[in-house]
Design a binder for this molecule. Structure first.
Ligand SMILES: Cc1cc2nc3c(=O)[nH]c(=O)nc-3n(C[C@H](O)[C@H](O)[C@H](O)COP(=O)(O)OP(=O)(O)OC[C@H]3O[C@@H](n4cnc5c(N)ncnc54)[C@H](O)[C@@H]3O)c2cc1C
Length: 454
């Protein structure tokens, strides 16, 4: 049986960045085990005819942290394009500037008045201490934005995306993720003065040949640094080795590996892999963690489309909650005169996502595009394809909050580190993955030194 110092389960961005940083720090004998025939996880770009689609949903590169952003961009061997965001919310036939509260000036006067009045009343009551502190996402939206903005946009949009009662989402998800606007900016916006919100994402970057370029660049660096990638190798179980508590065995369909330390980035809720290394009580809890599955529908059009980057659709009649126009990120994703877009459709559970008929889904997407005036007719559609993802958004509920620290503690003591969007069950963007991978490298190196001296 081959022995590695570090086995990384999953070759998505988290597994790739963890391997890259470890190798750069001089750790040798690192392997990534990837269940698919490709690495990259959600960062995949696929060509369909003359169109190129990011099949894991719309991915743009941005960060509050300038150093991380520079590092991500410097990794791209491919060229990239810089953009100033042009993002809209499709609301009652209007393309309203994003975030919604910064686009109030575009609403009819009566709606503008309702939003502003409720926002200011809520603000006054909040600072006077007359409002009950929010305990969940639903209450938080009303507490910060007031009833009108909440009911027109934030509640319907988030219910459509999350497919759960927003009272089930805990506040630890909200902070830093949903824009919390200064009152003055909203007043300016409502009276017609241009303001920008969610500023750390106002400028963003995109690789000219699709987001997979980032994963490809990491893979080539890992290989150059002596790391190993095993494709089509799903980890089946992780077990403690009977001869030494410093070694874990990873069973693959046709092989078994031994390793001193495991970085686990596969979905945590898939308890088949971890059932021999966690207690049955924790395993039961973890297997009930919830995530939202997603279908990504790629549509290639024979015509150009409005110069919008991406759009949100809060209305219940449209099947998708978001559409991204990839050809407005990079013209290389569509033939001259055409455009490439992806529509994202979330589902309440994996069964309904898997059983959704492909032709019907494509038809509903094209109907949605037509009714928003983004295409003139079905004849504009040259190609369409559906991709399905079991896990896209991890749900921050009470179970997650109580079980995560316990499972982490049980596994760390055995040299198994939970990592990544689904391994650590955290809502991580790519920049956070880079930061967390760098941080993890220190812990892993320390752990390897400690077991060597025991
Ligand atoms: C719709 C959507 C849009 C997003 N947009 C943005 C954006 O605009 N900007 C941004 O910064 N971030 C964005 N993100 C976040 C970004 O996608 C993630 O931060 C990042 O891709 C997470 O990578 P990961 O490796 O943790 O997970 P994954 O990409 O899921 O990788 C996990 C890997 O593990 C493999 N695996 C699973 N089970 C096993 C097993 N048993 N054995 C071996 N391998 C296994 C999988 O095949 C996969 O390759 C978005 C995410 C989604 C869902």
């Amino acid at each position: 049986m081959k022995h590695y110092r570090v086995c990384i389960v999953g070759g998505g961005l988290s597994g790739l960045t963890a391997a890259y940083y470890l190798l750069r720090e001089g750790v040798r004998n690192v392997v990534i085990i990837e269940s698919n025939s490709h690495a990259g996880g959600l960062l995949r770009s696929e060509k369909v005819g003359d169109y190129l689609f990011d099949i894991g949903g719309s991915h743009i590169m941005f960060s509050r942290n300038y150093r991380v952003l520079s590092e991500m961009l410097s990794l791209l061997t491919d060229d990239y394009v810089a953009h100033r965001r042009n993002t809209k919310i499709y609301y009652k036939g209007l393309f309203v500037k994003y975030p919604f509260e910064n686009g109030l000036g575009q609403l009819p006067p009566i709606e503008r008045y309702e939003c502003l009045k409720e926002l200011i009343n809520t603000y006054i009551m909040r600072i006077k201490g007359e409002l009950k502190e929010p305990e969940n996402f639903y209450e938080w939206i009303l507490y910060v934005f007031g009833k009108s903005i909440a009911e027109k946009y934030l509640i319907p949009y988030n219910e459509k995306l999350w497919k759960v009662d927003l009272r089930e989402i805990t506040l630890d998800w909200v902070r830093g993720r949903v824009p919390n606007p200064p009152l003055e900016d909203v007043i300016k916006a409502a009276t017609g003065i241009e303001v920008e919100g969610y500023k750390h994402q106002l400028f963003f970057y995109y690789p000219v040949s699709g987001i997979e370029s980032l994963a490809k660049s990491l893979i080539s660096r890992i290989v150059r640094l002596g790391g190993e990638l095993r494709y089509s190798s799903p980890a089946v179980t992780i077990r403690p080795c009977s001869r030494s508590d410093k070694i874990k065995n990873i069973e693959l369909p046709e092989d078994e590996l031994a390793c001193s330390c495991v970085i686990y980035t596969a979905p945590l809720s898939d308890m088949r892999l971890l059932k021999y290394v966690v207690s049955s009580e924790i395993a039961r809890g973890v297997s009930k963690l919830r995530s939202i599955p997603l279908s990504v529908v790629g549509v290639g059009l024979s015509r150009p489309i409005k110069p919008i980057h991406w759009m949100y659709f809060p209305d219940r009649n449209t099947v998708f909650h978001r559409v991204a126009v990839l050809s407005n990120y990079s013209p290389r994703t569509a033939p001259t005169g055409g455009s490439a877009l992806i529509a994202e459709v979330s589902f309440p559970d994996v069964d309904s996502m898997l059983s959704a008929n492909e032709d019907r889904l494509v038809r509903r997407v094209t109907e949605g595009l037509e009714s928003a005036g983004l295409i003139k007719s079905i004849k504009d559609v040259e190609t369409a394809r559906v991709w399905r993802w079991r896990h896209a958004y991890v749900l921050y509920d009470r179970l997650r909050r109580s079980i995560l620290p316990k499972v982490r503690a049980e596994l760390i003591s055995q040299g198994i580190f939970l990592h990544g969007r689904f391994g650590s069950w955290e809502y991580l963007n790519m920049d956070a993955v880079f930061m967390k991978s760098k941080e993890l490298t220190k812990y892993v190196i320390k752990y390897l030194q400690e077991i060597q001296h025991k």
